[in-house]
Design a protein around this ligand. Structure first.
Ligand SMILES: [Zn+2]
Length: 140
């Protein structure tokens, strides 16, 4: 087994299957509470805002802004040796204040990355056939 194919990949489980299936269709979805109508991230059986258990999966625009980021230069996994340096970004999605997800920022020069920079979701194919959401900078 080579190091690239050994890169960790998500295993859809515990109710996250709809999220990962939507990624393969290049759609960003999250659980939205039927009671308080707020999105939550990560997927969870109960609303993290009000504790209700009813929810539906709803599509998001994929647009957001950079809340914070870091440039990873040290490979934290043997399979990451060929990936460094790469950017880990926390994106606040436009649908709801405080709705943030971690991802990678791709195709960006370090000097162009700023707080509140507008980003848009994109998808990359992992070797296990699962598409993964990443973000790209939007022209300001
Ligand atoms: Zn709720």
């Amino acid at each position: 087994m080579n190091k690239v194919s050994a890169f960790p990949y998500p295993i859809p489980e515990y109710g996250t299957e709809p999220y990962w299936q939507a990624c393969n269709e290049e759609r960003l979805v999250m659980q939205r509470c039927d009671s308080c109508n707020k999105f939550r991230w990560h997927p969870a059986p109960l609303c993290t805002h009000c504790g209700a258990d009813g929810f539906s999966w709803q599509a998001l625009s994929g647009r957001g802004k950079i809340f914070t980021w870091t440039v990873v230069t040290h490979p934290v996994h043997p399979a990451a040796f060929e990936k460094v340096p790469y950017v880990v970004v926390e994106v606040e999605l436009e649908e709801q204040a405080g709705l943030r997800m971690l991802s990678n920022l791709v195709d960006a020069d370090d000097d162009d990355i700023t707080f509140d920079a507008k980003v848009m979701v994109a998808y990359v194919q992992h070797s296990n056939e699962q598409k993964l959401p990443v973000f790209r900078l939007l022209a300001s």
